[in-house]
Write a protein that binds this ligand. Structure first.
Ligand code: PLP
Length: 370
């Protein structure tokens, strides 16, 4: 039995070897390393891809979210609403501004923020909502935007897992007031190291983030704002420019493989990811739900099939977010979900035969979900 990894980045780098080498060599020849031409060109190209006016490259996805919140003046004394089921960085972006993360439970079907529980979490200190397009599926943005308008709140999208995903005909990244993307190597568009970007249609926000990422300078040697260094590395931007041309092809491949998983899985066997009408999921991760998750994961490992759990603990129960060891929030759907989810192999170069092999193994193991 040959092994099937959860993700294999070597295949995309083998295919793009010469193009990436050429892009990196070009930057080396120009000595173009800090906020160079690849950074500004990539910003233009990514903004165009997302259908937004501005994109500002930063050093990772966490910074993209943190600087977005800071650009809207969010800080100490403020509260920001986010889903309990996400990567820790979503909450960290809020904490690092000095604001307080307010965790809301997730929808039991889509696993993104439960939009019907947002209003009860709003207080006079609430300044923003930070929905997450989890696993590549957009959050229910029309409801989020409606609540934001009613209470005069900012919306920052966590699009770190959702490059290219669509919601009611619109690409994510341009739906809220700003959005943060990560180019962590395994993301749908990944650098060869850390990188991130903010997208927005607001010129003031774009300018503020350009200042914040570069030692608080709008004018050279005048440090008027927090003197952070959150710049996007030019070599990473050069590599991202090469890879952006392939993103739509890679998304199509992920969607084809997800459709095959969905067809092959028996409804009685596992709960499959949902994609409601009007949504275009980009399957950063293909996640199933089953009550026998732990035994299934162990058995698949023995058969050479790579899996992972994204994520095994809701963020409001992480030690960093407990007060005196006690949870401050109750999110029962997320608390149950984390014990039952399993991410299966998913990457554009995965073959249909490999998907069939994964499903056959799971069927042969006869681990029933309900
Ligand atoms: C990856 C990710 C981030 C953070 O991105 P980094 O580039 O690793 O800082 C934030 N939110 C979500 C949902 C992510 O998946």
């Amino acid at each position: 039995m040959n092994t099937i990894p959860l993700v294999d980045l070597s295949l995309q780098h083998k295919r793009l070897r010469d193009e990436i080498a050429g892009a990196v060599q070009g930057a080396l020849d120009r000595g173009d390393f800090i906020l160079g031409q690849d950074v500004s060109r990539f910003e233009e190209e990514f903004a165009e891809y997302c259908g937004v006016k501005y994109a500002v490259g930063v050093d990772n996805g966490l910074s993209a979210l943190e600087l977005s919140l800071r650009a809207f003046g969010i800080g100490p004394g403020h509260e920001v609403i986010l889903p309990a089921h996400t990567f820790t960085a979503t909450a960290a972006a809020i904490s690092f501004t000095g604001a307080t993360p307010v965790f809301v439970d997730v929808n039991p079907e889509t696993w993104t923020i439960d939009v019907h529980k947002i209003e009860e979490a709003i207080t006079p200190r609430t300044k923003a909502i930070l929905p997450v397009h989890l696993y590549g599926l957009p959050a229910d943005m029309n409801v989020v935007l409606g609540i934001a308008e009613k209470y005069n709140l900012i919306v920052v999208e966590d699009a770190c897992q959702a490059h290219g995903a669509m919601y009611k005909g619109q690409r994510v990244g341009g739906i809220g007031n700003a959005a943060g993307f990560s180019f962590y190597p395994t993301k749908n568009l990944g650098a060869c190291g850390d990188a991130g970007i903010v997208t927005t249609n607001d010129s003031n926000v774009a300018e503020k983030i350009r200042t914040l990422r570069n030692c608080g300078q709008r004018v050279k040697n005048v440090h008027e704002d927090h003197p952070f260094n959150h710049r996007l590395d030019n070599l990473q931007a050069a590599i991202l420019r090469v890879k952006l041309k392939y993103l739509d092809e890679w998304i199509a491949s992920r969607r084809r493989l997800a459709a095959l998983y969905n067809t092959l899985f028996d409804d009685a066997l596992v709960e499959k990811p949902v994609e409601l009408p009007g949504y275009q999921h980009v399957y950063h991760l293909y996640v199933i739900r089953t009550q026998n998750r732990d035994s299934l994961q162990t058995l698949l490992k023995e058969r050479g099939i790579g899996t992972a759990i994204h994520y095994p603990m809701p963020v409001h129960l992480q030690p960093y977010y407990l007060k005196n060891g006690t949870p401050q929030f109750s999110c029962p759907v997320a608390e149950k979900l984390v014990g039952e989810i399993l991410s299966l192999p998913m990457y554009p170069e995965l073959t249909e035969e490999q998907v069939s092999a994964v499903v056959s193994e799971i069927k042969s193991l006869e681990v029933k979900s309900h």
